[in-house]
Design a protein around this ligand. Sequence first.
Ligand code: SF4
Ligand code: SF4
Length: 298
Amino acid sequence: MIISIASGKGGTGKTLVSTNLAQTIGYQAQILDCDVEEPNSHLFLKPEIFETREVIAPVPEIDTEKCTHCKKCMDICRFGAIAVVAKSVVTFPELCHSCGGCTAVCPENAVKEKKRSLGVIQEGWIKTSRVNGTADPGKEKRIKFVHGLMDIGQVMAPPIIRQVRTYTDPEKINIIDAPPGTSCPVITSMKGADLVVLVTEPTPFGLHDLTLAVEAVKLLGIPHGIIINRAGMGNDDVKAYAQREDIPILMEIPFDRRIAEAYSRGELIVSALPEYREKFSGLLERIKEIAEKRNSVQ
Ligand code: SF4
Ligand code: SF4
């Protein structure tokens, strides 16, 4: 099962939901942090990283001896990553999507490919005893952790997100912490999910960005539900919207100073406030119900 935790804007509590849900599920879960510009689930789950792998992508390099300035490479590039100006060819690696089109069309075989680093993928383990305080002396049951870290100055998040998603384990409950917003990186993080959980807050900004996120999820045809974080601090417009659109509200997390304090200390709320373990168990059950219902009609 793949559960993508997303939100129309940052700071709504997406990571809070992802990390606490993973902790509640335990070793049957694995967490894939796809918020590669600013991953922070590791701050709460504190994994022991055992592998770091570079993510590289091919970008064009022009052999000026062979180039005849025919402009075919520029014409095929949809991303403006290559330009022929007078008698020179200029490449913009940060715009390149590594599609290989320019190499394929060059009649002079003047486009070579060189490797460019985009960031890294890190894999780690979270001991369940460390996470939920219940030691399991007989067996070492651990939660798999994977996150992507984009290099500073890079703008191409989707290739790193796709790499993180290759770690999806069909035997596990895969929790994807998606980037905020509704752009390409978010779509890459939601595609193929069994359910998208949209975390929002009950404010006009929260509602505005939620409606954009809902439109994106609907286009992808993925079942979805809403979590209202900091419930009680704003108004009821999100609830009214959910009712109108027939979107289930999966959970409400109250506006509670104790949660903010635990979060600011880098603690999981299901550890700091054990009564939340039951709430997150209930969330998982609701997610399973919706996903099973969808599978039964397909
Ligand atoms: S397609 Fe090849 S020959 Fe033509 S401008 Fe590009 S690099 Fe030069
Ligand atoms: S590889 Fe594709 S995206 Fe990159 S410069 Fe060539 S045509 Fe453009």
